[in-house]
Design a protein around this ligand. Structure first.
Ligand SMILES: NC(=O)c1ccc[n+]([C@@H]2O[C@H](COP(=O)([O-])OP(=O)(O)OC[C@H]3O[C@@H](n4cnc5c(N)ncnc54)[C@H](OP(=O)(O)O)[C@@H]3O)[C@@H](O)[C@H]2O)c1
Length: 482
């Protein structure tokens, strides 16, 4: 197959928090893949930084072990991997003090793109920005990549935006939401805006409702006490589900440029209705035969934080008024599934009598597992016996469509290369994040005022019973977990 990889220009990338979970599991494997595919130039520099006092060789050994653990079958051949590891450098640094910063400055080149990846706890984002300014490391070609969570609420997000803005222009700030880097999510835009087929139907007249599901089968595990301070609404809805909703609901941007796309997403967030308390269900998972309950895992028996949330969201604009968007996300559910399902309305009149099943046309965009799309359509059941109808799936799995030898890039691969290219289309703008918090905050404030407990649900189930009712009462059903 002819390679379509376009190499990026040389760069210096500093990863703060390079010894942490995210860097070892996602960021460095993603860079290694891009290196293997020839997109990352061999003269690029990748410098790890964390407080741990270790030599360059020790850091390289740590990352080599991480590749063994996390890259599995997708790892490039040993020679390529060794060449990539050989490029890695390390500087011990403390984000919260002056230690190590002068040394880091000496390792950077003046005339290449310079990116700083903030893969540390959010309380350090402000210090990192300040230290980069103090030690003169910010040039016009400098970019920063900021991990989630971006703030805890509107007030903290605003404060963080302000701190970053004191040192960087908005065009230099890349707020990452890795959902936006997923192939299928980008494909969603391709399906909507590169085909004439769907757009005429993409409105309240033809779409009955939309379901967005991001389900995890694991619990909070060792992150319990940390997770308990946020919950599903802050951890998942305010960012990932909101971004997916925006891509489904936005108007066609006038071009595929960062601000054109982000302007349209912002309009969707601003048009979201305030969610009524009766349109939200929160849940907490119970103990299973061999697993602890949410309350045990977060070590807080009275906690009111949700490990599951389902909500019905309305959008007040001409396109969507009257089409509900149902969102749900949670931990310890039946399977690890992320998908968007757009259910179209019934035909206005059936010439086949009552044999036509109900709301059959569904476009499902699968984010995981098995990225791909399915469109359910009605056909005649083959063979004799009159006009019996059957709904079938027009299925496109990316793995099948692209062939076994095609590597589907992980979201981080795409996003990090976009940073180097200077393309912010798949990153959140400051005003977008603030608008999302402005919508989320009153919902959380309502919960905090009431002493209502989240509804219990069994681990391995599809969530609390009440979440089923959220759709049943509208004469609709959640899709089964795959
Ligand atoms: N892990 C994930 O799957 C995931 C997913 C999405 C977002 N995130 C976000 O990504 C960030 C990193 O998460 P993580 O899971 O990788 O955390 P982690 O495993 O706890 O790693 C934190 C890293 O930061 C370094 N660090 C801590 N304090 C520091 C300081 N004062 N100066 C310099 N380095 C310091 C640590 O090394 P030393 O202790 O040696 O300094 C370590 O390398 C967080 O903001 C998290 O919310 C993580």
């Amino acid at each position: 197959m002819v390679s379509r990889v376009i190499p990026v220009d040389s760069f210096d990338l500093v990863i703060f928090g390079a010894t942490g979970d995210l860097a070892r599991r996602k960021i460095l494997p993603a860079l290694c893949q891009r290196f293997a595919e020839g997109q990352m130039p061999p003269e690029a520099r990748v410098i790890g930084a964390a407080r741990g006092d270790m030599s360059r060789a020790e850091f390289q050994a740590l990352i080599s072990d991480a590749f063994d653990e996390f890259m599995g079958d997708s790892a490039p051949d040993a020679e390529t991997r060794a060449s990539f590891i050989e490029m890695l450098d390390y500087v011990p640094i403390d984000a919260a003090s002056d230690q190590g910063w002068a040394e880091l400055a000496t390792r950077l080149r003046p005339d290449v793109v310079r990116a700083f990846y903030f893969s540390v706890g959010p309380s350090l984002f402000g210090s990192l920005a300040t230290q980069l300014g103090k030690f003169g490391m910010i040039s016009d070609e400098t970019r920063i990549v900021v991990e989630k969570p971006f703030g805890h609420d509107l007030e903290t997000a605003r404060a963080l935006n302000k701190t970053l803005a004191a040192h960087f222009d908005e065009r230099q700030i890349y707020r990452i939401d890795h959902y936006l880097g997923k192939e299928t999510v980008q494909n969603l835009m391709a399906v909507r805006f590169a085909n004439v087929l769907f757009e005429p139907l993409w409105n309240a007249r033809f779409v009955d409702h939309v379901q967005i599901t991001v389900a995890e089968s694991v619990g909070v595990g060792g992150r319990g006490p940390y997770y308990d301070k946020s919950g599903a609404m802050r951890d998942m809805v305010q960012n990932h589900l909101m971004q997916l909703l925006c891509l489904i609901a936005m108007e066609p941007p006038y071009c595929f440029e960062p601000d054109a796309v982000r302007d349209e997403k912002l309009k969707v967030i601003n048009a979201l209705d305030r969610v009524l308390p009766t349109d939200i269900v929160r849940g907490q998972y119970l103990a299973g035969a061999d697993s602890a309950s949410y309350l045990t895992e977060v070590e807080s028996p009275e906690s009111l934080t949700e490990s599951y949330v389902a909500l019905k969201v309305g959008i007040s604009n001409w396109r969507w008024k009257g089409t509900p968007f149902y969102l749900r996300t949670g931990k310890k559910l039946r399977s690890r599934t992320s998908e968007i399902a757009v259910t179209f309305r019934d035909p206005p009149h059936s010439i086949f009598g009552e044999t036509v099943p109900w709301r059959t046309n569904v476009l499902v965009i699968r984010l995981q597992p098995d990225e791909g799309m399915t469109l359910r359509v009605m056909i005649k059941e083959p063979g004799p016996g009159g006009m019996r109808l059957k709904d079938v799936a027009l299925d496109m799995s990316f793995a099948d469509a692209l062939g076994d030898d095609m590597h589907i890039p992980d979201a981080y691969e795409r996003l990090i290369m976009d940073v180097m290219r200077g393309n912010q289309t798949l990153f959140m703008r400051g005003d977008e994040v603030e608008a999302a918090w402005a919508w989320t905050d009153p919902i959380i404030a309502e919960w905090q005022k009431s002493a209502d407990k989240p509804k219990p649900y069994d681990p391995g189930s599809s969530g609390p019973e009440d979440a089923l009712m959220l759709l049943h009462r509208d004469d609709r059903r959640w899709r089964e977990f795959r």
